[in-house]
Design a protein around this ligand. Structure first.
Ligand SMILES: O=S(=O)([O-])[S-]
Length: 140
């Protein structure tokens, strides 16, 4: 019997978007370089290598988020203990909406995410560190 998905991604996103503060690229851009703000990049390492980065952003693969936030986890990262605001982003704003909701439910605050993600960020001409080209494989 095929699976019956009772809560699809649209419902999950709608729930997250109702609970999480969304920042436009313009609003987020104004926070770059501020001491009280941590940008959290949830994309996979290959996306960073291919598409570039937001300068100064902390990279946290989506799959590790809850374990890096909880200080009781063996994988806890000190950055998530800081008294700062956390601005999550991914490529398009979906992963970051769900991730920010989870982070918020864990007690992290204040939390927001960037509407449209890195794609919208790049399109708006916001600051981007160039992709890191992979070293060429030597032949022979
Ligand atoms: O990055 S994403 O919005 O495509 S999940």
């Amino acid at each position: 019997m095929p699976q019956t998905i009772t809560k699809g991604y649209k419902a999950l996103l709608a729930e997250a978007e109702a609970k999480v503060k969304a920042l436009s690229v313009e609003q987020a851009k104004a926070l770059v370089g501020r001491d009280d703000t941590v940008f959290v990049d949830l994309r996979d390492p290959r996306e960073l290598e291919r598409d570039g980065r937001v300068p100064g952003a902390f990279h946290c693969p989506r799959g590790m988020l809850e374990f890096w936030i909880d200080p009781e986890s063996p994988y806890a990262k000190p950055v998530f203990q800081e008294d700062k605001q956390f601005v999550f982003f991914c490529a398009g704003g979906w992963r970051s909406a769900l991730a920010a909701k989870a982070a918020q439910e864990m007690g992290l605050k204040p939390v927001a995410h960037i509407e449209g993600g890195f794609g919208a960020w790049k399109k708006a001409g916001a600051p981007v560190e160039a992709p890191t080209p992979k070293p060429e494989k030597s032949v022979g």
